[in-house]
Structures are given as C-alpha cells and as structure tokens.
Ligand binder design. Structure first.
Ligand code: ADP
Length: 541
C-alpha cells in the first residue's frame, strides 16, 4: 500500500523560494572593493529570476553547462540558484588553477557561458581563444562601465552582469523537473592527472543541505550569520549557500578579502556567528589576533575541514570562546560526509579524542574500512581504505566510467580507522601515507604535533625515500617570523607522543610551504623537491 502523502521533486529552486517567502529579515552581505553590499533573500530570488530569464533569452537550454569564475559574493549566490533553478548546470571553476587546467575544464564541460569576476579577465583572455567551438558568451560580474577591453574570438560576446539582468522583469516561474537532474559540476583539483568532474544533482544537493543543518552537523539557525570562507568555486562552499537558504540564516560573503586581518574585521563588523574554511585560513586569522590582541564578540563556531585540523588550533580558538567542529569530506561526497560532535558517555580523554577526529558520518551516508579485500573492524586501531555510500556520494566522474563497485561503495582514497563508537580517524590520503618497513606512519599525526611547537607556523610530513626502510617521515616546517628552532628542538617534541620508529628522521626548515588551488598543503611539490633528502644523508644511517 502506498502512503497518502504528497510528492514533489527535491529542487534547488525550492531552497531560494523558501528563503524568499519565509525569511524576510535575513540578509546576504557581500564585501566588494570599497563597499559592503546588502540584499534580502527576496531580492536575491528576484535577481536570480532575472538572470534565469536572461539566460533563457540568450538560448541557454535545460542541461547546458554555464561556468563561474567567482569569489564568494551575492552575485555568485544568484548564479547558483538561477543556473540550477532553470535546469542548467553551474560549473564552478577554481580560478587559482593553472590556466591550462581552467581551459581544460571549460572545454571538457563544454561551457556555453562563463561568468567571471573582473579580476579574472586575464584568465578569460588566455583560455577563450581555445574554446571558440563551445563558448558563446563571457559575462563579467560588474556594471557596463567597468567592462574590460579584451581581444576575444568574434564568436564570443562579452556582457556586463548588471546590464544583462536589468533588461529582465523577474516575472519567471521556476520550472519543475526530475530531482535527479544534474545541478552543478565541480572538478577536483587533480593534484595528479587531469581534473575530474563531480556532477551533483538537485536531490543530492537538497538532501545534503538539510543534513548540514542538523544540530550535530553545522547546526545553522535563522538567527545565525554564516560566513563561508570556503570558496563557492570549490565543492559548493561545503553546501553552505544551500543550507543557509534552507534555514534562513544570513550569509556574509568575504569576496576576495581573505587575509587574516580582513576576515577578522568582517566577522566583527557583520556579527558573524558561524564560519567555515580550511585550517590555513584560521591559522592566518589567529596569527593576526596574536599581533593585535583582538577578541571575538559574536563568533561561536568554526567548521573546519578540507585537511586535518591541528590540535593547536582547537586550543587557541577554544581559549577565544570559539568551538571548532571538525568535518571530513571530498568533492565526491558533496562534500560533507562526517562531522565531530559529542556522543553520550563522552568525557575526559575520549571526548578530547573524538573532538579532534574527523567525526561520525551524517545520516544519509555510510562508511566502511577495506583492508586486503575485506571489511575491517571498527576497533580504533585497524587502518584501511575508507569507502563511502549515500545520497550525496558520487557514482563516478563526468564523462568517465563509473567509480563505485557493484554495491555502490565509492573508494575515497583516504586511509584511517574507525573507533567502536563510529568516530572516523583519518590518518592520510593513501598517496601521502608513509610506509616504513611494513608499518604505516600517519603524516597527519606528525604534522599536528609539529604545529604545537611555538616556533612553527605550518608543518608538512612527507614520505622520503630511505635505503633500508623504503620510506621514512621527513618533517618540513615554516617558522614564525623572527622565531628560531633547531632540528633537535623540533624532533624533541615527539618524545613520548609517538612510537620511536614514527619520529621523523630529519627536519627541513623552509620560508613558506607550498599550497594548492584549494589552500591545502601541496605535498606533491614537497615530495618532488625533498623525496631524496634522506638518501646518502647522515640521517639515513
Ligand atoms: P582536492 O583537495 O583533491 O581538490 P577535495 O577538496 O575534494 O579535493 O579534498 C578532499 C580530501 O581532503 C579528502 O579526500 C581528504 O584527503 C582531505 N580532507 C578533507 N577533510 C579532511 C579532514 N578533516 N582531515 C583530513 N583530511 C581531510
């Protein structure tokens, strides 16, 4: 017997329609060069409808890909809702990638239109000539008076965003269609090989937005003012624009102003209550606060993920009255798969360990550990490869063969263990794991310990080749300006914290560690430079 309940497809347009109808007091605040822009969800939906009308008029059809090269701004929010809402696919492109990769993505996705910030005019100039077969239009996120002069193929029209939407009335009804329709396309940065496209659906996005709002997840509420520092050009800003619309939270969007001082100033000026980003961003904010002695008056929670959050960061923000919630996920899991929140009976050491872990999977996702072809125990000690399955986990990549196995499990490329209560402890990406004489050494654990040293700003541990043990850990650190530390000082902090055989063999001090396009440590670059460091050195003996 079927239930007698209504059925409607889960569509992204429902999110903005809901926010516009039911949350009139919430605002979208965007930091633009020289000014702060504010608008309500109602205005946001109206402008998104104008945009959908304009794109329809220009011939963008259901299923067409439309790209963005944008900062976190009100216009980017409008693009998210307009493009997906009309049934087209928003292809968010990371402007920090190499021009070749950006050109590759826009070609592979066959983007018909690219919306770009003025800052990215040089990218457009570099890639557009090679995209003449598929690209019809470039729309700069600006007024007509600000349009840059570019030398583009004659088949590519250049327009200003504000002119484009001003020509429309906004009298537009969001269409209804199958909830499994593609909504957004985000390419993973591809530290090796070409970027691969993860193609989200309306259903996966709406379900993840609702899961993200749960109290043990990001826990967003209508009274919150959430500032996604995590870029809208990478994994949908961890779904926060969708989640904020679903619960009516206000959004504060920092634009291109991502240094520690600017972020702190915006948090205070706009009374931000919750924010989200990779650890490097929060290290930057902390460094600034250490210099200025500033305090937070509204911020109470930070969502940190993308790479492991060091213990030192939990302590420093805890002392400032800010709770850190540690999250884990990847482009292929939309991205939020797990989040660390307490469970009953959690006090003392287990509470501490759980808080630092990658957390428990959200309802809607399942996880397992695979080791040598079989599922491993959840004993907190047996490490293996994590696999995910769930409503917002990819089956494969755009225009590539499926990646999941017959039962739908997706191999994440991450390695770690799960404790008996279900807390995920990630030890490494499989490609970063250090395999020393048959033992696995976690680079994440060693990095966490190193950044607790007062002289260290940032640390990376890589697998360096070793004549006897195959690989041994090598610690590479950047020091605080003016600070000094010797090799023995730095290695001394491991005493009693890890097994003797896990202590790094040597230390390299550098001015700065390299970061990839999503702000994470670029270990491939470090391995290319330092993999042979221990060969023939005294440390290897
Ligand atoms: P990429 O960095 O390849 O562009 P993603 O942004 O999808 O792609 O990165 C996902 C990866 O980031 C995960 O597979 C995992 O290795 C790492 N990661 C994400 N969150 C955490 C975390 N909390 N702790 C450790 N590693 C994390």
């Amino acid at each position: 017997m079927r239930g007698l309940m209504q059925h409607a497809p889960l569509l992204i347009s429902d999110l903005i329609r809901h926010a516009a109808r039911h949350h009139p007091r919430a605002e979208i605040v965007a930091k633009l060069p020289g000014r702060i822009h504010r608008q309500s969800y109602r205005e946001t939906e109206h402008r998104a409808k104008q945009l959908a009308q304009a794109l329809t008029r220009l011939g963008v059809a259901f299923g067409d890909r439309v790209a963005t090269l944008g900062w976190n701004s009100h216009r980017h929010v409008e693009l998210y809702f307009a493009i997906s809402g009309m049934g087209a696919v928003v292809n968010t492109i990371n402007p920090r990638l190499a021009h070749d990769d950006i050109g590759y993505i826009a070609g592979h996705a066959e983007d018909r239109v690219i919306f770009a910030e003025l800052d990215f005019a040089p990218i457009i100039q570099a890639i557009a000539p090679n995209l003449a077969d598929t690209l019809n239009m470039v729309v700069f996120l600006c007024d007509a008076a600000e349009l840059p002069a570019l030398d583009l193929p004659s088949s590519v029209t250049v327009l200003a965003y504000e002119t484009l939407i001003a020509a429309e009335t906004g009298a537009y009804d969001w269409p209804s269609f199958d909830e499994n329709t593609a909504s957004a396309l985000c390419y993973t940065s591809g530290t090796t090989g070409k970027p691969k496209g993860v193609l989200y659906s309306h259903r996966s996005t709406v379900l993840q937005a609702m899961a993200v709002n749960a109290a043990d997840s990001c826990g967003l509420r209508a009274v919150d003012r959430v500032m996604p520092v995590v870029p809208m050009f990478h994994v949908n800003a961890w779904s926060l624009p969708y989640a904020a619309a679903a619960c009516g939270a206000s959004m504060v969007l920092p634009g291109r102003f991502l240094d520690g001082a600017s972020l702190y100033e915006l948090i205070e000026a706009e009374h931000v209550t919750v924010s989200a980003g990779v650890p490097t961003v929060w290290l930057g904010v902390l460094e600034n606060l250490r210099k200025t002695g500033g305090k937070f008056t509204s911020l109470y929670r930070l969502l940190i993920g993308g790479s492991a959050c060091p213990e030192a960061l939990f302590e420093a923000y805890g002392a400032l009255g800010v709770e850190i919630r540690h999250a884990w996920g990847m482009s292929e899991s939309s991205p939020v798969a797990s989040m660390a929140a307490p469970v009953p009976g959690d006090d003392g050491p287990s509470a501490h360990r759980h808080r630092l872990s990658q957390g428990r999977v959200l309802f809607g996702i399942d996880i397992r550990i695979m080791r040598e072809g079989a599922e491993a125990e959840w004993d907190g000690a047996t490490a293996g490869d994590f696999e995910l399955r769930g409503h917002w986990v990819a089956t494969g990549y755009y225009r590539m063969p499926p990646s999941v196995n017959a039962e739908g499990w997706f191999p994440t490329g991450d390695v770690g263990m799960i404790d008996p209560v279900g807390f995920v402890q990630l030890t490494d990406r499989s490609k970063d794991l250090i395999k020393s004489g048959g033992e696995w050494i976690s680079s994440i654990d060693l990095e966490n310990i190193a950044v607790a040293h007062p002289a260290v700003v940032e640390a990376a541990v890589i697998a360096a080749k070793h004549p006897k043990w195959d690989e041994r850990p090598l610690l590479i650190v950047a020091l605080r300006p003016g600070a000094t530390a010797t090799r023995d000082d730095l290695l001394g902090i491991y005493a009693g914290k890890v097994a003797k055989w896990a202590v790094p063999d040597d230390v390299v001090i550098v001015d700065e560690l390299p970061h990839g396009a999503t702000g994470k440590l670029l270990k491939t670059a470090l391995r290319a430079k330092f993999a042979d460091h221990l060969l023939g050195s005294k440390a290897a003996e």
